[in-house]
Design a protein. Structure first.
Length: 107
């Protein structure tokens, strides 16, 4: 699969499942500035990234971006494995996972 096609599949996954990833795997707390799915371009896989505030309060203090090490999406994964991964990661039943993956044109 070419690079553009791979990134397009990753972007469609992010659009469809970002809110689920943050709901299930995102940390909560006042230290979290931002969080969401993103493409680790060198690996062409999707991970959850979390931006956390530094030790000082305020919007102008530096933040640190962390990556949750669980692969949320691999565009080269086989369809049945992808359905199973989505069910497990986002606490969805198989029918819902298949419907949403088809909606995102990933199946």
């Amino acid at each position: 699969m070419g690079s553009i096609a791979t990134q397009d599949r990753c972007a469609r996954f992010i659009d469809e499942f970002n809110d689920d990833a943050v709901r299930v795997h995102g940390p909560a707390g006042s230290f979290v500035r931002n969080q969401g799915l993103g493409i680790m371009e060198s690996w062409n896989q999707v991970f959850l990234f979390v931006s956390v505030a530094g030790p000082e309060e305020g919007l102008d203090t530096p933040s640190t971006e962390l990556m949750v090490p669980t692969i949320m999406f691999d565009p080269e994964e086989q369809a049945n494995d992808l359905v199973e991964r989505v069910c497990d990661l986002f606490e969805l039943d198989e029918e819902t996972a298949r419907t949403r993956l088809k909606k995102a044109e990933l199946l």
